[in-house]
Design a protein around this ligand. Sequence first.
Ligand code: ADP
Length: 484
Amino acid sequence: MLSIKDSKLLKNQCYINGQWHDADSGATLAVINPADGSELGTVPNISPAQVKQAIDAANQAWGAWRAKTAGERAGILRKWYELIMENQEDLAVLMTAEQGKPLAEAKGEIAYGASFVEWFAEEGKRIYGDTIPAHQQGTRILVLKEPVGVCAAITPWNFPSAMITRKAAPALAAGCVMIVKPASQTPLSALALAELADRAGISPGVFSVITGSSPVIGKELTEDSRVRKLSFTGSTDTGKLLMQQCAGTVKKISLELGGNAPFIVFDDADIDAAVQGAIICKYRNSGQTCVCANRILVQDRVYDEFAGKFIKAVESLKVSSGFEQGAQQGPMIDIPAVEKAERLIDDALSKGAVLLTGGKRHHLGGTFFEPTVLGSVTPDMQIASQETFGPVGPLFRFKTEEQAIEMANNTDYGLAAYFYSRDMGRMWRVSEGLEYGMVGINTGIISTVAAPFGGIKQSGVGREGSRYGIEEYIEIKYLCISMI
Ligand code: ADP
């Protein structure tokens, strides 16, 4: 049994129109603890008709929600934020249980996720319109900002809470309503958020959480013309599919897809800081984030020094259940994730890479994997072009700044990039040369509610967080007024 103080946060039903529901058919999906394979509970595998009910409810709820003042919506969202923070410990336990990340990381995610609710509650009050100098006498031009309407969100398992609030908070603050389909591996965190939304007084239908088959729910949500927008975070392949499905009804979309982050260490860098930055950037959440360093590019002159210190730091990482004191790396999400890491390592080794540490399943068994470092990795290896999503750090060697930028940009992805340098001119040249939506300079952690998160190229469309994030949920209406 999970040790949570408030047992009502552990749900086995989904939340539609302000009520808790089983599937019409009674069908369920099991939720598994990746640390030991045990079953934590079940959630409903709902029918297409129930997805329609959620859309009906959202559509009905929209009018009253948008009619509230921004201040009224902010007050309710503020309550939701406070309830999330009051229950931070329980929510973190649920997350570690279903996702595997160390409890300290889970607590951090709950606070990070809650910060979007706090931020956008306030930002909703500042959705200003415009007046534009008119094109002719006797005319006035006004720009109104209006909510998009019924929105849907499909979210991943690697951040079971924050990827929901990052979408739902700006949507609700702007006067939209939202239906969330969380990843099937991690629905419990999402349902607990729904319970707290209910307690906060978010009206029925304004925020629903539905569970079940991804393709079935995805199809219903994308084909229904009443759903005006889809916000998705997940793999590039699924993002492309959903983008196609949204074309039928020309929905607005926000996509936060895969990455292939370069982490560049120049020879003028503070090497110890670069090692620390690379460790946190690469191995947090067992390497399962879209902004994790995917390729570590190190300049020739400091390659050996960096590699030596990096390996030592990687070997000192504590691998254990996320609930153990001091845990730094928990299990991976499932066996296919482990197999992907193995495949990429095998491919690299077969093409001349060198195994510097780790490289295989951990003796703890299940989906635990050794923190791994590969040396002498080259661009022809699969790990150079694929998103690893695992605790495998491949080291590449480069000679010049131009070469580093070229290698870094040689990918279809464009989410996050990182580099370490203390040279002012280089900071500007490299920052501007990198084809990425986000660049971390002398830091391996860049996510914050205050900054716009998102990618270019095949890493996505749109931005989340910051004052830009709310624009994704706003339509512009222009009034042309003739003073006859
Ligand atoms: P990952 O590899 O991280 O699991 P996915 O893109 O498969 O990435 O999953 C991200 C989210 O997309 C999850 O909520 C998943 O259930 C959902 N998903 C996967 N396939 C589909 C689909 N065909 N239609 C709608 N949603 C999907």
